[in-house]
Design a binder for this molecule. Structure first.
Ligand code: IPE
Ligand code: IPE
Ligand code: MG
Length: 235
């Protein structure tokens, strides 16, 4: 058996279909999804996962109805209010990845204070992707690099993959080892485009609100059974 992933990323998909299946509002689907998220975070932190990145809201999700977007924004507030103490107690370091400045004021303040509160913890990194898009992230890294170059802080010869990665939201963290997407959709939807270069992908058909720690354990085990070659040969 190979080692467990250091960095797991999850596209938590299927809340809408779950709600439809149960004849509930889409907001109830998202609310139910938060319960799953709690369990998966707790299990990951208790079991030595170093970085867990969860896709909670994409830069493209603003195109949903006003009602759905505001239900999601409300859930963000509720989530941090109810979970921050336990996350902090469990030594979790919260990082929000995405364009925080583009969030409404209350959400922005809430997530900034959660990051501040947990900044000196030493346990699992919990990256929550909010108002996140992979192309936007790479583009903003490129802009930061142009600025460094223009200000004579870096020369062309000194630019490399290591210092480029330091300009991404995941600065200092290992690349994604395992990307799980629930609900059966088989696409990356603009998530962690750079960090997933050599990730293993698992597309689990279970809708996110029905996803359990048992399913997660199965996915982790399936990852550990895979042969990662990184372009080389294993034997
Ligand atoms: C994922 O569930 C959660 C967010 C995008 C916030 P969806 O809402 O995309 O669920 P489906 O894809 O409609 O079932
Ligand atoms: C990706 O799911 C975003 C999140 C899970 C937050 P979507 O449901 O928005 O992606 P598409 O539209 O199916 O690609
Ligand atoms: Mg979806």
């Amino acid at each position: 058996m190979k080692p467990q992933p250091a960095h797991v990323a999850i596209i938590m998909d299927g809340n809408g279909r779950w709600a439809k299946k149960h004849l509930l509002s889409v907001a109830s689907g998202h609310r139910k999804g938060v319960e799953t998220l709690r369990e998966i975070i707790r299990f990951s932190s208790d079991n030595g996962i170093k970085v867990l990145t969860l896709f909670a809201f994409s830069t493209e999700n603003w195109s949903r109805s006003k009602e759905e977007v505001s239900a999601l924004m409300q859930l963000i507030l509720e989530y941090f209010k109810s979970e921050i103490d336990e996350l902090h107690k469990n030594n979790v370091i919260i990082r929000i990845i995405g364009d925080i400045d583009g969030l409404p004021k209350l959400q922005r303040e809430t997530v900034l204070s959660a990051m501040q509160k947990t900044a000196s913890n030493t346990g699992m990194y919990l990256n929550i992707a909010l108002n996140y898009g992979g192309r936007g992230e790479i583009l903003s890294a490129a802009k930061k690099l142009c600025k460094l170059y223009k200000d004579d802080k870096i020369s062309l010869d000194d630019i490399n993959e290591d210092n480029f990665q330091d300009l991404l939201y995941t600065k200092g963290q290992p690349p994604v080892d395992l990307l799980i997407r629930t609900s059966g959709e088989m696409r990356i939807s603009n998530f962690l485009l750079y960090q997933c270069a050599y990730a293993e992908f698992i597309f689990n058909p279970v809708l996110w609100p029905d996803y359990t720690v048992e399913e997660y354990k199965k996915d982790l085990k399936a990852y550990m059974d895979r042969d990662r070659r990184f372009g080389g040969r294993t034997q």
